[in-house]
Design a protein around this ligand. Structure first.
Ligand SMILES: Nc1ncnc2c1ncn2[C@@H]1O[C@H](COP(=O)(O)OP(=O)(O)OP(=O)(O)O)[C@@H](O)[C@H]1O
Length: 276
């Protein structure tokens, strides 16, 4: 698996201007890039534009309108049936507020099974069920959760179920948009463990996250967006030490405060300090 993003400009479908532009990075198997930045910076648009049809959330699609992205050599911009089929085998996309976006009419078991059935209608249902059981167990939910519907779960349980679905295909590329946002701290631990295990097993990941503890521990390369432009790019530890943009300086201040997580909505000053 490789992901090459070259001077990419992305736009929400129907929007007049780009949501993010000038983004470049490349990823090989086992590598991680984290995307950071204040609210409205274009982080979600970037991930969505790379998701190759794997977004189940019903949110507006974003498209590439400049530059290029290649997943394992195949262009994302002119992706056809072949690339979408490939994506069904290789790419997992975890949308923002993934738990809240679970389809209300499906049991968790059906929701988890969907990506495997979508790519092979004749898939062995027993094997799919076993896989669902392993995935639900990996996120710390009981097997009985598989027969429940989203309305019967807590917010944290729903987010765990969404993460379990992302695990179902054993993705080679994970695109995760704020996987730990708005849920209880225990979900943060689950995400950290799964990310570490996945990366060690050769999964590549692009993650929108402000979990400084996790990202420093993973020695993540970070791209900071602000109002659609790249304002910093490099290893997180270096960016925090430099505090080169107001947003980073604000994050660095927070990282010094024991275990505190930044509030990217700006209530703690991060968004305001970034000039928003
Ligand atoms: N569906 C849409 N159509 C047009 N513009 C949109 C749409 N959704 C978001 N935008 C705009 O695109 C820009 C980038 O939004 P995006 O959601 O990608 O940012 P973000 O960094 O992910 O923000 P947040 O951290 O709040 O999720 C913002 O100016 C936003 O107002």
């Amino acid at each position: 698996m490789s992901l090459v993003v070259d001077d990419l400009t992305v736009r929400y479908q129907g929007a007049s201007g780009p949501a993010a532009s000038g983004v470049s990075f490349s990823l090989a198997a086992g590598e991680l890039v984290a995307i950071m930045g204040p609210s409205g910076a274009g982080k979600s648009a970037l991930l969505r534009a790379l998701a190759l049809g794997q977004d189940y959330s019903g949110s507006e699609a974003a498209e590439i309108v400049g530059g290029a992205a290649f997943i394992s050599g195949a262009p994302v911009r002119s992706a056809g049936k072949r690339e979408h089929l490939f994506a069904q085998h290789e790419i997992a996309y975890l949308p923002q507020n993934a738990g809240a976006a679970l389809p209300g009419g499906s049991s968790i078991g059906d929701f988890l099974s969907a990506p495997l059935i979508a790519r092979d209608k004749r898939a062995d249902r027993g094997a799919v069920g076993e896989r669902a059981a392993r995935s639900i167990d990996a996120v710390g939910l009981t097997l009985s959760t598989l027969s429940l519907f989203p309305s019967e779960l807590s917010g944290g349980q729903r987010q765990r179920a969404a993460i379990a679905r992302a695990l179902m295909i054993g993705p080679r590329l994970l695109l995760a948009d704020e996987p730990a946002s708005g849920v209880d701290p225990s979900v943060r631990g689950v995400i950290g463990t799964l990310l570490r295990t996945g990366l060690e097993a050769g999964m590549a990941a692009v993650v929108v996250s402000h979990d400084l503890e996790l990202l420093v521990a993973l020695d993540a390369r970070v791209i900071v967006l602000d109002a659609g432009a790249v304002v910093a790019d490099g290893p997180l530890s270096e960016l925090l030490a430099e505090g080169r943009t107001p947003f980073l300086a604000s994050l660095a201040g927070l990282s010094a405060a024991a275990g505190e997580q930044p509030d990217t909505e700006g209530r703690d000053g991060a968004g305001r300090a970034a000039g928003r």
